[in-house]
Design a binder for this molecule. Structure first.
Ligand code: GLP
Length: 236
């Protein structure tokens, strides 16, 4: 795993966007693996700027997102579909019908998860996967567990994740208790992975993920087994 540190969030975001833009330019019909959370917002802003000012086009790209809260429709402001529409999809030229986010309101989540994996497989995996990291080391919504799960699956959110994500809702009671998340198979299928994280609070979990043992108790540690991961960290 490569590690690059930046003084500011803006510099980190620019570096992440340059990596993604490089993939898009080299392969205009690439598959983008996308993440939500506050960490990649600056990356998306920079990609939007490149689209508007430099003509970077996503017209032939496909995207697959990592996860979605169970029970939230895409029209809910805290749903990850809504987040992606707001921060990226409606601001660039990616065709909406080629942007995929797990359906949080699917009647049968297991069927939805199986279909999602089938789609990732058909696409041949992602060309580049953007990741954030949760305070407990989760990626997507792969929470600390006894074993790694390869498939897209329904997951019970950790109390610490509910608490960490409560800032986006009126109260912790409003945070959905479950989510659909791409599993480690989908994430590790990426040809290239860019993890963005900022602030002192993330430093210890990042160090453990990069340098500690590979264990499902710290889900991001699995990235040590991937041949092309870059961790971009901003101090502030
Ligand atoms: C959520 C998302 C993750 C994200 C994490 C960290 O739980 N499911 O994909 O990495 O939040 O979010 P933030 O970047 O806001 O710290």
């Amino acid at each position: 795993m490569k590690f690059q540190s930046f003084k500011t969030y803006a510099e980190m975001s620019k570096a992440a966007a340059e990596i993604v833009a490089g993939v898009v330019k080299a392969k205009p019909d690439c598959v983008l693996g996308l993440a939500t959370g506050s960490s990649p917002i600056g990356t998306y802003d920079e990609l939007v700027r490149m689209h508007k000012e430099e003509g970077l086009s996503f017209a032939r790209c496909t995207s697959v997102n990592l996860d979605e809260y169970r029970g939230l429709p895409g029209t809910h402001p805290q749903s990850y579909r809504y987040f992606m529409d707001e921060h990226l999809f409606t601001r660039v030229d990616i065709p909406r019908e080629r942007t995929f986010v797990p359906n949080g309101t699917a009647a049968d989540p297991d069927v939805e998860c199986a279909m999602y994996d089938e789609r990732i497989k058909r696409l041949g995996g992602t060309d580049v996967q953007i990741l954030g990291i949760g305070p407990d080391g989760h990626i997507g919504f792969n929470e600390p567990a006894d074993e790694f799960t390869d498939e897209t699956h329904l997951v019970d959110l950790d109390p610490s994740t509910i608490e960490a994500n409560a800032r986006f809702f009126d109260s912790a009671a409003d945070v959905p208790r479950q989510a659909l998340t791409m599993g480690m198979g989908g994430i590790m299928s990426a040809k290239k992975i860019v993890l963005v994280a900022s602030g002192a609070a993330k430093k210890a979990v990042l160090d453990a993920a990069m340098n500690g043992p590979v264990t499902p108790k710290l889900p991001a540690s699995i990235l040590q087994k991937h041949p092309d991961v870059v961790v971009l960290y901003a101090e502030a």
